[in-house]
Write a protein that binds this ligand. Sequence first.
Ligand code: RP5
Length: 164
Amino acid sequence: MEAKVAIIMGSKSDLPTMKKAVEMLDDLAISYTARVYSAHRTPDELAEFVAKVDKDESYKVIIAGAGMSAALAGAIAAKTVKPVIGIPLSGGKLNGVEALLSTLEMPPGLPVLTVGIDSAKNAALAAASIIALSDSSVAERLCFFRREQKEKVLEANEEMCCKI
Ligand code: RP5
């Protein structure tokens, strides 16, 4: 069974940032389903969708991105034992710090694995790492990504040496 990621964002306005998670999953050839549900505005519909994801064994990880008083990731974590990766999004009056604390500071017993503010790419990479534990082809693609990343830094270093 092919492993999938569920991506949930609190608003359509979150899409430009959340797209970076989608792009990273595409690069790693990992399947996903993306939805917009708000913990505050559509709590019942959110719970309904999370119940579906929870029952479907192909979903291995959930990525949740929300801004402002970001209850989304925590509300999802309350309804499933699958790993939930929270992305605090900027855009609020505190530039994402309010969302960071809301996402990160969960009560004991209900963790949300939180990445940095707007770090949708890292959320996708963290989801890939979880999937890679039981999928060797994803593990290989992740290693390839790391090698490419390393090459880019080393190339930049060589260019720098010629210029300075
Ligand atoms: C949060 O409120 C959303 O995740 C979004 O980041 C923020 C603003 O939402 P909109 O008013 O743009 O729909 O729940």
